[in-house]
Design a protein around this ligand. Structure first.
Ligand code: NAP
Length: 256
């Protein structure tokens, strides 16, 4: 006997679904049976993720969308409703990961990281939550970062944006719990994605990715599937008593 994941068909939106963690989350939710709208700035990568899901027998839709553009969010969500149905699962994963010494960070760079990582998450929630309220059920997972918990050298703007995502998550959980909507945050640490490789190539990870394995309690680099598994768990029907929580998926690198 197995416990059903959902009592009825679910439609999910995954932002930044064209690369790294977003691909794994999209594929995992689709494998669990959700129809997945894969949103990304890059239409080709979103289409590739959606095509992979369809080839594996799932249902997916690719949507080109800049999460920093409110009109694009509204249009993308409307397209999702029309083609798949009301979204009741939202994974706010799209993010940018700039590095820079504090005294050299420009206002433009600060504004951009806030616009994508924080305002994008905030506005996606504003546009999608009414559909969840209408359905009386919803699951939101906001991808934060361990740097929000620990701070990170050279990432004041990024860490601030990701810490704010945790505050947003906790407040939304309090406001919408009564509507059947849970809101949780997953702060990853050191997950092998194109973004991590770019940071390594730019010399932002010391001597490279491998150097950090001995200091990671589980002695390996995180994989996108590790984050996807946590998101899938938080989106289940039977995770309905978990809300406003911060579930670190970090191999024990950060224990708070
Ligand atoms: P990634 O491989 O760079 O993927 C991020 C995706 O988001 C890309 O497809 C990117 O599109 C998209 N994106 C960026 N800006 C966007 C925008 N304005 N609108 C829509 N899509 C946009 O990065 P990742 O490592 O998988 O990271 C995913 C999330 O996890 C991010 O929020 C990141 O901060 C967080 N995170 C990752 C790690 C890690 O170790 N990997 C650690 C902590 C937190 P383009 O490629 O076209 O730019």
């Amino acid at each position: 006997m197995s416990v059903p994941i959902w009592s009825q068909p679910r439609i999910a939106i995954v932002t930044g679904g064209g690369s790294g963690i977003g691909v794994a989350v999209s594929e995992r939710l689709a494998a669990d049976g959700a129809a997945v709208a894969v949103f990304d700035l890059d239409g080709e990568s979103a289409a590739a993720t959606a095509a992979g899901i369809e080839t594996a027998g799932g249902t997916a839709l690719a949507v080109v969308c800049d999460v920093a553009d409110r009109a694009a969010i509204e249009a993308g969500v409307a397209e999702t409703v029309e083609r798949l149905g009301r979204p009741t699962i939202l994974i706010n994963n799209a993010g940018i990961t700039p590095f820079g010494r504090f005294l050299e960070i420009s206002r433009e760079s600060f504004d951009q990281v806030i616009a994508v990582n924080l305002r994008g998450t905030f506005e996606f929630c504003q546009v999608v939550i009414p559909h969840m309220v209408e359905e009386g059920w919803g699951r939101i997972v906001n991808i934060s970062s361990s740097s929000a918990q620990t701070g990170n050298f050279g990432q004041t703007h990024y860490s601030a944006s990701k810490a704010a995502v945790i505050g947003l998550t906790k407040s939304l959980a309090k406001e919408f719990g009564r509507k059947g909507i849970t809101v949780n945050a997953v702060p990853p640490s050191f997950v092998e994605t194109p973004s991590l490789h770019r940071a390594a190539e730019a010399g932002q990870l010391g001597r490279g990715i491998e150097e950090h394995i001995p200091t990671t309690p589980v002695r390996r680099v995180g994989q996108p599937a590790d984050i996807a598994a946590a998101c899938a768990f938080l989106c289940r029907d039977d995770a309905g008593y978990i809300t406003g929580q911060v579930l670190g998926v970090n191999g024990g690198r950060v224990i708070v």
